[in-house]
Write a protein that binds this ligand. Structure first.
Ligand code: 5GP
Length: 174
């Protein structure tokens, strides 16, 4: 067998983005490479399938990129967690605080039936604030949140401690 593909080679590290002092892990360079993206979605699908989900929830916007292809692969539904003002019809909202200020995520009120098993997806886990807020929102909507999966986890920030469901990550950085 050929050596397994090292996906880290396809993640571009961009210093001082979006602000001075921040090192940004850019997945654009991964998703634009068909072979690497195929391998990444295949590995993610294995992680996510273990949670036996009914629905995958993607966090706007890079969480959509992983949740949508995995939903078709695994035969799950796909639902969007979005910033205010984007989703038509009745929505459920959850406000959460960030390092500087507040943010808010919405889900359509009828997106999840009570007790449906939901896995939430994002591209990257940093402080865990976004993932924790998404799980709170999904619970408000009646979901049984059974897991979370990301492509990249920044270990030094300890984000998974904020998340009370099992989290899988494909790539970790110190
Ligand atoms: P947290 O809430 O865990 O601190 O931050 C995670 C959120 O910020 C995710 O929605 C993720 O898309 C975004 N994010 C933070 N830092 C990075 C980064 O270096 N690269 C990418 N691709 N997303 C990031």
């Amino acid at each position: 067998d050929p050596a397994p593909l090292d996906l880290k080679q396809y993640i571009r590290e961009v210093p001082d983005f979006p602000k001075p002092g921040i090192l940004f892990y850019d997945i654009s360079t991964l998703i634009r490479n068909p072979e690497a993206w195929q391998v990444a979605t295949g590995r993610l699908a294995q992680d996510v399938a273990r949670f036996q989900p009914d629905i995958l929830a993607g966090i706007e916007s890079r969480g959509f990129l992983t949740a949508a292809p995995l939903a078709t692969r695994l035969g799950c539904g796909f639902t969007m967690l979005r910033k205010p003002g984007k989703l038509p019809g009745k929505t459920i909202a959850h406000k959460y605080s960030l390092e500087y200020g507040e943010d808010e995520l919405h889900i359509q009120a009828d997106a999840v039936r009570p007790g449906q098993r939901v896995v939430v997806l994002d591209d990257l886990l940093a402080t865990g604030g976004t993932l924790a807020a998404s799980i709170d929102l999904l619970r408000k909507a009646g979901a049984e949140v059974v897991g979370a999966s990301v492509m990249i986890e920044l270990l030094a920030l300890g984000g998974r401690k904020k998340v009370d469901v099992p989290v899988t990550s494909l790539l970790t950085y110190e």
